[in-house]
Write a protein that binds this ligand. Structure first.
Ligand SMILES: [Zn+2]
Length: 367
């Protein structure tokens, strides 16, 4: 059994946002607070569990919720619907780059020098999510069928308002809509972005609501499914013979689509953090260059736990996973918030002026 002392060390080193992204939990972020749908009470339908990312404690706003006295490990166990505490702590430790010995006596920093980066990731770590997710899929977990995606796609082509939103407001072309097979769910008033694995298997669905009311309450975007196992746009790029030697990493679906249209191979993380699985996929693709092009607020400003911003955190993750930093560069979007807002000519200029990750790292350390 793992002691409470070790458990506390793991929790203290946990990056809450990274953890939620790896577990495919939808969340809303407000400064130091993230909110998720509470897994401790039945039929929770709002984002009523609030987690403080600095203190790594949480509370639920619902009356009579049974969450009292629980820590972050309990939360993960509840989310994954498992009672295997040791496995959960070991999983969380590996996310925090810590290692617990087999006898559960000691905890130490994972040594990347002796073991070669991601290749040495224990299978147990990567399979943790899969194993427990399979259990979940049999229950209430929503898994969409390809036929549903087709139905939504056809609905989009017949719906004026969402089409106008996509083509006029977001400047998408008919080709984009076909290529990424976008859809519209008329009942929920959501634009649908299917997310495929590199083998073409439907893994997740991104919903972008057009209902102001829903956006206000739940946020504009919601991802359902195993988004941490996908890089949005990779499947589409493979199919269209894009150059997989230079891959641009972006945050959102619209960013990936916009850059694809310009001819770049862009894949979206579907969040501000990169999962271990996404790192592994990139490691296996081994492109000559990976270009980070995150939203502007991820490049600047201060980020919660690590005290570093989103781009620095991702550079760190690449480094720890055994990537060569010479092969990573950074695009900074001065004057724009998202990549998809930047006019093509301007983007090409910014792209050509991208900065080696090492240089970006140094300029951020000096500031
Ligand atoms: Zn609750």
């Amino acid at each position: 059994m793992i002691s409470k002392r070790i458990e506390r060390t793991v929790i203290r080193n946990t990056n809450v946002v990274e953890l939620l992204e790896n577990l495919d939990v939808s969340y809303k972020r407000y400064g130091d607070e993230v909110r998720i749908v509470c897994p401790f009470h039945r039929n929770a339908n709002g984002y009523n569990l609030s987690i403080n990312v600095k203190k790594r404690v949480f509370c639920c706003f619902s009356n009579g919720c049974e969450k009292n006295g629980y820590n972050l490990v309990d939360l993960v166990m509840r989310i994954m619907k498992t009672d295997d505490r040791e496995r959960t702590v070991r999983y969380m430790a590996s996310l925090a780059n810590l290692e617990i010995d087999l006898l559960c006596r000691n905890i130490m920093k994972y040594s990347y020098k002796n073991k070669k980066g991601l290749l040495s990731f224990k299978d147990s770590t990567l399979s943790f999510i899969r194993e427990f997710r399979t259990v979940e899929e049999e229950g209430e977990y929503v898994v969409y069928q390809e036929s549903q995606i087709r139905e939504w796609h056809n609905a989009l082509l017949e719906s004026k308002y969402p089409l106008r939103y996509l083509t006029e407001e977001r400047k998408l072309t008919e080709w984009d809509i076909e290529n990424f097979y976008l859809g519209f769910d008329p009942e929920e008033k959501d634009i649908i972005f299917p997310v495929y694995s590199t083998e073409g298997k439907l893994k997740a669905v991104v919903r972008r609501t057009l209902s102001e009311e829903k956006a206000e309450y739940f946020g504009k975007y919601k991802v359902i499914g195993a988004k941490s196992e996908c890089l949005y746009g990779l499947y589409e790029a493979q199919g269209a013979d894009y150059d997989l030697n230079k891959i641009i990493l972006v945050e959102g679906v619209f960013d990936a689509i916009a850059l694809h249209r310009m001819g770049y191979t862009a894949v979206a993380l579907l969040g501000t953090s990169i999962s271990k699985y996404q790192l592994k996929m990139l490691y296996e693709l081994s492109p000559a260059e990976i270009i980070l092009c995150l939203d502007n607020d991820s490049c600047k400003g201060d980020d919660e736990n690590s005290g570093k911003n989103g781009v620095l955190r991702i550079i760190n993750q690449f480094s720890k996973a055994g990537f060569n930093l010479d092969e990573i560069s950074v695009i900074q979007l001065d004057g724009y918030q998202d990549p998809d807002e930047v006019p093509e000519k301007e983007f090409r200029r910014i792209y050509e002026n991208r900065m080696p990750a090492i240089d970006f790292y140094l300029t951020q350390q000096i500031r």
